[in-house]
Design a protein around this ligand. Sequence first.
Ligand SMILES: NC(=O)CCC(=O)C(=O)O
Length: 257
Amino acid sequence: MDIAFGQPEENIKKATLKLEEALHEQPDVIVLPELWTTGYDLTRLPEIADQNGEKTKAFLSSFAKKHHVAIVGGSVANDHGAGIANTMYIFSKEGEQIGTYDKLHLFKLMDEHLYLTSGKTENMFTLEDTSCAGMICYDIRFPEWIRVHTSKGAEVLFVVAEWPLPRLAHWKALLISRAIENQCYVVACNRSGSDPNNVFAGHSLIIDPWGDIVAEAGEQEEMISGIIDPQLVASVRKQIPIFSDRRTEFYSFSFQK
Ligand SMILES: NC(=O)CCC(=O)C(=O)O
């Protein structure tokens, strides 16, 4: 979806319509983009961020429960008292909150480090008996962070983003690489449209564990859907067993600053 700059009420109305439209596909899970309530209106976050994510959580929980659909709730600006985080909430079909994640890697090129606090925890959760992980945008440039999750069993990687158009090629290459190197599904939701500083790429993607594209949106607003088959994860991992072939004793390193 496109996102109205700094206008949470308008974005919540729009997201409601989009979520309702998505129900036509009878999905098990719906995914929203990064910072979908406020966009990158960072200077106004103290006014417009959600206090402890309460409004967002109430909205997502009630939609999930009413329509019996799980939601990977993109992310929102969440004022948690000790700063404002870029937070993802995940809700089960019963409307239970089954995950919370504050973006770990803040993106300096878009000034996140000046306005946001970063997270400190992993993001693993289970949907439909399938082990999943959730990442926020810039996080996908850190394969070691993704590996922390897939080495613990994640089979589906959800990515929510506000990724700008000039780096569309990076977006696609990074997502396909993360799918191939982790032999997992990647379900990636990016915003479309523009704000005062950026034009965004759209091109939400669903990629299978072999690295093949299952569905891809265009640059404008568009909903895509696909089927996740956990058997395919198992079969690709059996065919080329990268997880058991790892030589972790050789991988420990640190860079001098
Ligand atoms: N919102 C983001 O984290 C953007 C990340 C990005 O554009 C990149 O190139 O990385």
